[in-house]
Design a protein around this ligand. Structure first.
Ligand SMILES: Cc1cc2nc3c(=O)[nH]c(=O)nc-3n(C[C@H](O)[C@H](O)[C@H](O)COP(=O)(O)O)c2cc1C
Length: 251
């Protein structure tokens, strides 16, 4: 039994699935409408303009070699809040656009299989200058933050959702990346899921490197209570669910 499971889970890492998918039958090739590249939101929702690339005055340039050499998981953070400019930079570095939307896709600062970008970025914000504590979502198309909701005891709930790991509760912000799998399935069918997992790794790596530029640190978190985190973020757990987290704070 255990052996069968191991085989099954190893299979997930292989690209053998591609030879079993009939790509002529994917929703894309059957002419189904391309899914939105950003999760829709009510037009009257509260949005905060982020500082766009090119308008940053306090984001130092650092040598890429130094950023790569110094990158490490940092789990202890100072009380100091992040600025909105720093948050703008981190969001751009992890999911920002680097071009216009053309026929249902847009290139970003990170790669993605088939340019499908099946991720949404939620931010649990505890300490950012000028922002209330709460859960927000990045809107890459307009480079804005969408205020999702405020939550009592957010810090404790984050710790609980991370199986007691304390850093999301002490961080200034915690990134929570959610997958909207249909965005990738539309093109790749059953070959979608492996590449979504790969995509989110690229995103988190950019976060690690970008943090090095602003005297901040991050720690990737893949060990969390799936159902508790999805419930905390008010996701349905099927069409959208959390796939990765990373706490961020000044170091
Ligand atoms: C996919 C992945 C999942 C991780 N999950 C956790 C986690 O849940 N908790 C944690 O403290 N660190 C987590 N880490 C951080 C690793 O422990 C860390 O990268 C590793 O110990 C190497 O240290 P370094 O990042 O400082 O080089 C994770 C890292 C990766 C890449």
């Amino acid at each position: 039994m255990e052996k069968d499971l191991i085989k099954q889970f190893r299979y997930f890492l292989k690209d053998s699935i591609r030879k079993r998918v009939d790509f002529s039958q994917t929703d894309q090739n059957r002419g189904r409408e391309v899914p939105p590249i950003e999760k829709p939101y009510p037009q009257n929702a509260k949005r905060i303009d982020l500082v766009p690339p090119g308008k940053w005055n306090h984001i130092p340039s650092i040598d890429l070699k130094i950023a790569i050499a110094n990158r490490q998981s940092r789990r202890l953070y100072r009380e100091q809040p992040l600025t909105l400019e720093e948050v703008s930079f981190l969001l751009w570095a992890t999911q920002g656009l680097r071009g216009n939307v053309i026929e249902g896709h847009a290139y970003r600062t990170v790669p993605s299989a088939g340019c499908r970008h099946a991720l949404e970025t939620y931010l649990a914000i505890l300490r950012v200058e000028g922002l209330d504590i709460g859960v927000y979502r990045y809107l890459p198309l307009s480079h804005q933050l969408l205020f999702e909701f405020s939550e009592e005891n957010l810090s404790n709930k984050l710790i609980r959702a991370a199986f007691g790991q304390p850093y999301p509760g002490n961080a200034a912000i915690t990134f929570i990346w959610a997958a909207i799998p249909y965005r990738m399935e539309w093109r790749y069918g059953l070959a979608a899921h492996r590449v979504i997992a790969m995509d989110v790794g690229h995103v988190c790596q950019n976060l690690y490197l970008a943090c090095e530029a602003i005297q901040a640190g991050t720690c990737a978190i893949a060990a969390y209570d799936q159902e508790a985190l999805d419930a905390l973020l008010r996701m349905d757990g099927e069409e959208e669910f959390a796939v990765y987290m990373a706490s961020v704070g000044k170091v």
